[in-house]
Design a protein around this ligand. Structure first.
Ligand code: KG4
Ligand code: ZN
Length: 348
């Protein structure tokens, strides 16, 4: 609707420079510039390289988003920007840009949480999020289960990884298998030709004793080590490594635990909606398994399309739009970039 607020979102927390424009729950533009190719040979994101790339990309990406949306900066009602968590230098570029545009065009600015934005982005595809909902947040740096009773004002963490994030496990296992960075999409692709039951890899924190203290927590580091040992044993024996089978069996172990723990959180909280967000939510097996198992328990799964799961500006605009609609006050102009912004702080 034309009378809904027009929100611009800026994302620079990691290696993607994203600028999105939304009106209410309608996505108008999602411009993205990625520095991923510059990091690939290092096997991980190099913070200084990412910051420089953001500096070069921010203005052209901003212009592209406005053109794509068919609006000017003067038309925008509020600017939202990722204030954290993320890489300090990378966040600073986005926050400084947002402040500059906000001052120049006299617009309010909202410093928002990147992780809450991964949840909010789903509203662009599936409309307002029923609350309470359970959110499974799985990205390169985080893996958490949250109770979302008021996304505009706070979320309640139920559990999180006690070691590696799910995306980190995908990236490390991919590296082990000689696949490029970031590894998630490559494992996803390789796994399609593999047998998920070929190798019985461990399911972290699912034993009866772990479920007492860590019912809603995850652990992927033991799984990663198990894959490394299995591959090493094959190589020592001079046998070829069946990449597709290892990828499929590893992926199955991750998805099995993520889905079971997320559905258990829904049941124990009496919640009927599960929303999945973050880069790993783009995984085809995770999406299929969640749908399949949730249907058995009468739980509705909401996952945005893969292109909206990985980092982008539209997700930041979507959260900004939700904050404006919920009557949350804008941030102060001296809002900080906080690399360790807690998950419970939705806006600063
Ligand atoms: O949310 P995101 O784009 O950035 C962070 O906030 O961290 O997540 C990036 C992570 C990477 O670890 C990447 O390997 C993983 O998401 N990822 C996937 C897939 N696409 C991206 N993991 C599994 N399967 C995928 N299809
Ligand atoms: Zn992210």
């Amino acid at each position: 609707m034309a009378d809904e607020p027009l929100i611009l979102g800026i994302e620079t927390s990691c290696d993607e420079t994203g600028v999105g424009v939304v009106r209410g729950h309608t996505l108008l533009a999602d411009a993205l510039a990625s520095s991923v190719d510059q990091h690939a040979r290092f096997g991980g994101v190099v913070p200084e390289v990412a910051s420089r790339a953001h500096l070069e990309a921010i203005v052209p990406t901003m212009e592209r988003a406005l053109t794509e949306a068919g609006v000017t900066l003067a038309d925008i009602d509020a600017i939202a920007v990722t204030a954290g968590p993320g890489l300090a230098g990378a966040l600073l570029v986005g926050v400084a840009a947002a402040k500059g545009y906000a001052v120049a065009a006299e617009k309010p600015v909202y410093g928002v949480n990147h992780l809450a934005a991964h949840v909010a982005v789903d509203t662009l595809e599936h409309g307002p999020l029923p609350e309470p909902a359970i959110a499974l947040l799985v990205s390169g740096g985080h893996s958490s289960l949250l109770l979302v009773d008021d996304l505009a004002r706070g979320v309640t963490p139920l559990g999180a990884t006690i070691d590696d994030a799910a995306g980190e496990a995908f990236d490390k296992v991919a590296r082990l298998l000689g696949l490029p960075f970031p590894g998630g999409p490559h494992i996803d692709r390789e796994a399609r030709a593999g047998d998920p039951a070929a190798i019985a890899f461990p399911r972290g924190l699912t034993a009866a004793k772990d479920l007492v203290a860590h019912r809603h927590d995850f652990s992927f580091s033991g799984l990663k080590t198990a894959v490394a040992r299995w591959v090493e044993a094959r190589e020592r024996a001079g046998e070829p490594v069946p990449i597709a089978d290892v990828a499929a069996s590893f992926q199955e172990a991750v998805c099995d635990v993520l889905v079971d723990k997320a559905l258990d959180a829904c049941r124990s909280s009496g919640v009927e909606t599960l929303v999945i967000g973050g880069g790993v939510a783009a995984n085809s097996r995770l999406r299929a398994l969640a749908e399949q198992r949730a249907a058995r328990h009468g739980i509705r799964v909401r996952v945005p399309r893969p292109g909206l799961c990985t980092d982008n500006g539209a997700m930041v605009a979507a959260l900004g739009s939700h904050l404006v609609a919920s009557g949350v006050a804008p941030s102060r102009l001296d809002l900080p970039a906080d690399s360790a912004l807690p998950l419970t702080t939705v806006s600063v």
